[in-house]
Design a protein around this ligand. Structure first.
Ligand code: SF4
Length: 273
């Protein structure tokens, strides 16, 4: 793909009962060995049951990150109605679409306050001074630098003191996410990640949103199935992958660094020698 900086003419409740699943083990401080047992406990549970099980096990150590996309709106509805001890936070990169900020406002209005983490002012001032506002179009390295300063560093602050990170990742979103398990160990942040909607289809997400009349980002109605920062997201064309509109000018893995630990670990050989 050609960089967007080039001239436009060049651009082309089934399962176990909760009583059986939720044990009294404290997961406030987790280690990788806890993962297997947790996976077994969550196996066969519905998304709602998973959230309840996580809240009972981790208490305030569990937190959910939302980007106000369709999946995250489903999880916000479930968490605020079923597990109020689970925190919810968002990362404000400063480069979101106007529609995303409207969705955020509607979500706060309906579900209450959401912790929001922003980049360090000095980081952004230095980046803009050195490389200008569109450096991410110039190289993958520059793009990852911007994602690191605007997303990864604020995420690190958001996860301080947490032991379980809940995410709206679904298996069908991309080939790299297809291999995810219901729970993963996050080496970078030393915690467990859980994906309650991993097996949900796009149709199930939208049926739930309609049934509960959940506010959603209107960009979804304009062929934006995956929504990130405005300069780095475009609508997809018929037949394109769900995340094809993210960093579309790159030949990269269409990931921003938030979930790279999980992807990296899946790419390792099963029995590294
Ligand atoms: S998605 Fe684009 S604008 Fe947003 S943090 Fe990453 S490179 Fe920067």
């Amino acid at each position: 793909m050609v960089s967007p900086l080039k001239k436009s003419s060049e651009r082309t409740l089934v399962g176990k009962t909760l009583a059986n699943c939720v044990r009294s083990i404290s997961f406030k401080h987790v280690v990788p060995a806890d993962l297997q047992e947790l996976k077994q406990a969550l196996s066969g549970l519905s998304a709602e049951e998973i959230l309840i099980a996580i809240a009972k096990r981790f208490g305030a150590g569990a937190v959910f990150s939302t980007s106000f996309g369709a999946e995250d709106q489903v999880l916000t509805q479930m968490i605020r109605s079923l597990t109020p001890t689970t925190g919810i936070f968002a990362l404000d990169t400063g480069r979101h679409f106007e529609e995303t900020y409207y969705t955020m406002a509607m979500t706060v209005s309906r579900y209450g306050p959401i912790d929001t983490f922003s980049p360090e002012a000095a980081d952004i001032e230095n980046l803009l001074k050195k490389k200008g506002p569109l450096s991410f179009y110039e190289s993958v390295e520059n793009r990852k630098e911007c994602c690191f300063l605007r997303k990864v560093k604020p995420l690190q602050r958001a996860l301080i003191g947490k032991s379980c990170w809940i995410s709206g990742i679904r298996r069908e979103q991309s080939p790299s996410r297809n291999s995810f398990d219901i729970a993963e160990w996050d080496e970078d942040h030393q915690l467990i990640k859980v994906y309650p909607l991993l097996e949900w289809t796009t149709e199930e997400i939208w049926n739930y949103i309609k049934e509960k009349e959940i506010p959603y980002n209107e960009l979804h109605d304009r062929n934006f199935p995956s929504i990130g920062c405005a300069p780095c997201t475009r609508a997809i064309k018929p037949g394109e992958a769900l995340r094809a509109g993210r960093w579309w000018w790159e030949q990269s893995d269409q990931e921003c660094g938030l979930h790279v630990t999980t992807i990296r670990s899946l790419e390792k050989p099963a029995n590294p020698s």
